[in-house]
Design a protein around this ligand. Sequence first.
Ligand SMILES: Nc1ncnc2c1ncn2[C@@H]1O[C@H](COP(=O)(O)OP(=O)(O)O)[C@@H](O)[C@H]1O
Ligand SMILES: [Mg+2]
Length: 440
Amino acid sequence: MRLDDLHLWYLADPANPRYVGALKLVSAGKGVSLHYGADWLAHGFPLSEDLPLVDTEFLPPGRLSADAQRAVGAVDDARPDRWGEKVIRFVDRPKRLSLMEYLYYAGDDRFGALGVSTSKEAYLPRSGGPLPRLEDAQSLSEVVAKIEAAEPLTALEARIIAGGGSPLGGAKPKALIDIDGEPWVIKFFNNEPVDTPLVEHATMTLAKQAGITVAETQMVPLVVFNAVAIRRFDRERGHRIHSISAGTAIRAATASGQEPQMGYPALARVLRRVGVAEAGVHQSDARELFRRMVFNILMDNTDDHEKNHALLVVNPYGNGRLKLAPAYDILPTHSGQGHQEFICGALGHESTLDNAMSECEAFGLLPNEAAQEVARVIEVVDGWRTHLAQVGVSAADIEYLGQFIDGDELLAQRMGFEASRFANAGGKRAKPVKRGPFSV
Ligand SMILES: Nc1ncnc2c1ncn2[C@@H]1O[C@H](COP(=O)(O)OP(=O)(O)O)[C@@H](O)[C@H]1O
Ligand SMILES: [Mg+2]
């Protein structure tokens, strides 16, 4: 089957799929375009700011640039990433491997509320079977390890993974799993120098103490190694929430011809402009994003790239405003690279508190308010060893992580930060731009 034409559906209520539009392979086979259908143009909503309700074929920008090698706007978040692509290569083994195959074989349970079908008449996804359950976690981990090692699967193993091979993004081995009737993601140990699943659980719960809304995590002990399960935040009582990555939101907010500034300040500006305005949620989200940036810097989570932050579209037909999704994939990277993947401020990617403070106005914070946030996060991070030990991380793993979290660079940041330096610092609170979301 050649998948040259696919169709996008909206599955907020999976029992009533709605047709969105047609997907086509473009940019010399490297990108995917979207053309909304008539019904969606009349009654739907813009999937992202760069996909307004206009009767046209939206093409990925820049014919030969890296940005051309993606699906347009929010459609790009409907495709799997490195791990999901690996599962498709090993389990489904399609003859051609273009974005269309990855979009289609990701199946029915992908990130957010979009679905991909071979038909425009009916939602016909690639069906994978039921989600594996918690009691299947051990066999699932064995199948996942075989895929990671590029070993061929038996028919039974292929069946085990078929329901939850992870259409979700990311590079690490993971799967979808059902825990007590709720959908969760499960991430497995992958020969890292520390017990990564336990460290992820511990770091996420530490982040919560620092005033960060985190996705709920739970440990899944397996025969030899631990796994960590993370409750899906894009599912709610059987319904699916339209969700986009930070990268999609920032790209969509960038004027054509300009390079998107992938970073915290740009994401904060998006939140303050098109975030949920009721009860000042957009302001508190921007403030929380500031805390997440500081926490990631101090906890050595340098892997804070554009797909490791997400936004939920809470009322898509109403006002389309964005809400910061709970934090996920927060754990020490122990790479020692000294820079974040996301831009933090005027010093670019540099992992320093000076850099974090430098553009605090983008987050709607005065310097003294930002400094208080930093001080609060420092206080929590100072107790990281105790918290990790309480959660059960071994002394050896804590020592290993300590080389980085308490290494010269990061410890000096924590010890040397003086909130009082900013007490009388001038500065004007930046006003949010008054404009409706996704207006053309
Ligand atoms: N709890 C969750 N609910 C919904 N989507 C999630 C959740 N956790 C992760 N994701 C999605 O899956 C992707 C991969 O998960 P992540 O934890 O980042 O894995 P990795 O460690 O491989 O990067 C994320 O980029 C995000 O799009
Ligand atoms: Mg990730």
